[in-house]
Design a binder for this molecule. Structure first.
Ligand code: HEM
Ligand code: HEM
Length: 185
């Protein structure tokens, strides 16, 4: 379990595994959607599906463990901003794969983990080379929300990293060291 002086190996492992994978998925997602790089779609979807159980495990672990206690005392406003950003990060990391699967599944494009299909594609019988949506409503909202949540998550991560830099460079406290697994007694 986590203590004020030291985070458990599980907390550190889950933070960095999920954090770094999310950063890569955001980067690849925006790049492939902007430039229509078809070859990247199956890779993005596969890693997005693979990381989903790890994200759920992380959320369960966080609620069983409670939120981290700050290493020193901060102003009230700073504590509130940190709490809001941590909640946003945790919630949006769950909503991103959910909306991604909703969009890809309902739109008829399908998804899976590399060659293992979980929801198959639905090739159109009337328009060669295209797909027919299983559920146009779910496909539309899955797509919209995946994009909106993606940009809100990106903004939350930027705020998070600014906060970490403030702790490191201005407060010169041990927040980062603790998330790197060190005992900060
Ligand atoms: C934590 C997981 C994920 C993150 C952070 C993420 C992030 C993103 C981002 C930021 C975009 C660009 C949005 C845009 O500009 O339209 C994107 C696009 C996309 N994502 Fe994800 N994604 C994740 C998981 C998934 C999953 C699990 C699937 C499907 C199984 C998926 C399917 C797609 C598709 C099909 C697009 C392209 C949308 C388009 O062409 O407009 N994503 N993703
Ligand atoms: C370079 C990138 C990152 C750095 C340097 C970093 C660093 C940190 C640090 C030092 C803490 C501990 C804060 C405290 O003691 O109160 C923390 C907590 C947290 N980080 Fe990050 N982080 C990064 C990226 C991310 C990303 C991409 C996500 C999610 C998508 C994320 C999600 C969280 C969450 C939810 C917490 C709250 C504590 C927990 O649930 O484990 N971080 N981060």
């Amino acid at each position: 379990m986590d203590s004020k002086n030291k985070f458990s190996g599980m907390t550190v492992l889950l933070h960095w595994t999920v954090g770094l994978t999310i950063l890569c998925l955001l980067g690849v997602g925006i790049y492939m959607a902007e430039n229509e790089v078809d070859a990247l779609y199956p890779i993005h979807k596969s890693f997005g599906v693979l990381i989903f159980p790890v994200i759920l495990l992380r959320a369960i672990w966080r609620f069983k463990n409670g939120w981290p206690v700050a290493v020193t005392t901060y102003s009230k406003i700073e504590q509130i901003v940190a709490k809001v950003v941590h909640w946003l990060l945790l919630t949006l990391t769950i909503l991103m794969p959910v909306t991604g699967m909703m969009f890809s599944g309902a739109s008829g494009h399908g998804f899976g983990i590399f060659s293992w299909q979980i929801v198959p594609s639905n090739p159109s019988l009337t328009k060669p080379g295209e797909v027919d949506a299983f559920n146009p409503f779910a496909a539309h909202w899955g797509h919209e929300l995946h994009e909106i949540f993606g940009y809100v998550l990106l903004a939350a991560i930027c705020l998070h990293v600014v906060g970490v830099l403030k702790h490191k460079l201005i407060d010169k406290d041990a927040s980062l060291a603790r998330m790197l697994g060190k005992n900060v007694e």
